[in-house]
Design a protein around this ligand. Sequence first.
Ligand SMILES: C[S@@+](CC[C@H](N)C(=O)[O-])C[C@H]1O[C@@H](n2cnc3c(N)ncnc32)[C@H](O)[C@@H]1O
Length: 267
Amino acid sequence: MNASVRALLNRFPRLKALLKRILGWVRPSAGVSSNYVQLKAGEAEEESSRLRAAWQAEELPRKQRELVDEQLLAYRRGEPVDVFDVMTRALRALPSDVRGMSVLEVGCSSGFYSEVFDIAGMGVAYAGCDYSDAFIALARQKYPALRFDVEDATAMNYGRDTFDVVISGCCLLHIPEYQAAVAETARVARRYAIFHRTPVVVGQPNKYYRKQAYGVETVEIHFNEPQFLDLLASCGLELIGTYTLDESVHGGVGSATRTYVCQKTTQ
Ligand SMILES: C[S@@+](CC[C@H](N)C(=O)[O-])C[C@H]1O[C@@H](n2cnc3c(N)ncnc32)[C@H](O)[C@@H]1O
């Protein structure tokens, strides 16, 4: 899909949701996510453990970066990119001015959100971590002035309250122990935690899919939304904002992709 079609769809999220329903998936670029297979209850645990390390594959950073570079170019030209726009809106809407705040992105891939924040003039002090050596190597090569660490989202080597804002960067959906990753996000955040691009369902339990991401087999979890919100609250996070990227309802069952913004309530 070329950049202008994507920009058009970003302006019309309902059309995008409709196409997604008809075509199964509207790809931002050929081959990003495909071949979704819903896992049965008995398979979910075993498959998500088997594929836990999938994003550490050596070939993923180069493949993802091809798409990201296209999106960054469009964003620099002033075109809307929905996922970037939602994140910058979420940061700007925080109760305190985000300028000068330290921001950690967990699951940062090649660190491209640092460039998004730069283009958008956010004025934040960005750092990123990811469990993939290959992604972090590319991030360090692309942005040598910034700090990047190899860290697993479920057990990070940062102290409590280290960063003003911690962004869980669309990685929970790939982590079987996602509860531990939410708790860790809350622990290292001093003021705010943002769960970006989180797929949720309403009226049904967590759903698990096996899919291909950039041609690599991975698992994707879609979280029961009320339970997910309870999890945030149990980790001392108060929900203060929700941004919806897409949503649909079929036969009384809802699904959506949202960015949740939370304020830390406990120290
Ligand atoms: C879909 S990409 C998200 C990239 C970017 N943050 C975004 O929002 O578009 C998911 C990232 O999460 C990382 N990831 C997956 N499991 C992880 C884990 N257990 N700990 C840290 N990072 C993980 C992957 O390596 C990958 O870079």
